[in-house]
Design a protein. Structure first.
Length: 157
C-alpha cells in the first residue's frame, strides 16, 4: 500500500459522509492524477433520479470534464466501496490505471467479491486493483447508515 492511499481514501470517505448526510448510501470516490485530486463524486442515484449516479461514475465524469478527455489514462480511482459491474465497466472505458477500494461488497462487488472484471482476460483493459484500504472505516460508515435506516423503518411501523 502506498502512503498516499490513506490520504486519498480519507478524501473519498469525506464524500461518502456527504452522501450519507443526504440520505444516500454513503459511498465516495476521487480520481487522482499525478498526486492531485482531479475528480470527486459521491453516491446520489436517489436525489438525481439516475441509476448511474454511483460515486465512481460521478467522479469519472468530473475528472473527464476537468481534464478535457474521457480517457483518464495514468489516473487512479479511490472509492470507499468495491465497484459494481457497471462502475467497473466505466472504469475500464476511462482507462483508469489503478483502482483502490475500501470495503468489499459481497453482494455486487466486481473486483473479486462476486466477480473480478479486471481479471477477465477477454476484456481489453485491466486496472491494478488494491483492496481493503481503510476498509474498517468504510465498512463502519455503511453499517451505521443501514442500521439507522432499519431503526427508522421499525419506528415507522
Amino acid at each position: 500500500m502506498f502512503i498516499t492511499d490513506d490520504l486519498f481514501m480519507r478524501a473519498a470517505l469525506t464524500l461518502a459522509e456527504e452522501a450519507g448526510a443526504a440520505g444516500e448510501v454513503p459511498v465516495g470516490a476521487v480520481v487522482v492524477k499525478a498526486g492531485e485530486i482531479v475528480g470527486r463524486g459521491y453516491n446520489h442515484p436517489i436525489s438525481a433520479r439516475d441509476p448511474t449516479a454511483h460515486a465512481e461514475v460521478v467522479a469519472l465524469r468530473d475528472a473527464a470534464q476537468r481534464l478535457g478527455n474521457y480517457r483518464l489514462g495514468g489516473c487512479e480511482l479511490y472509492v470507499t466501496l468495491e465497484p459494481c459491474a457497471m462502475c467497473a465497466g466505466a472504469i475500464m472505458h476511462a482507462r483508469i490505471a489503478r483502482v483502490v477500494f475500501g470495503a468489499a461488497d459481497p453482494k455486487t462487488g466486481a473486483c473479486g467479491s462476486v466477480t473480478d472484471l479486471f481479471a477477465e482476460p477477454r476484456l481489453n483493459h485491466h486496472a491494478v486493483v488494491t483492496p481493503g484500504v481503510l476498509a474498517a472505516e468504510a465498512g463502519a460508515l455503511l453499517q451505521g447508515f443501514f442500521a439507522a435506516r432499519r431503526r427508522n423503518t421499525r419506528a415507522r411501523d
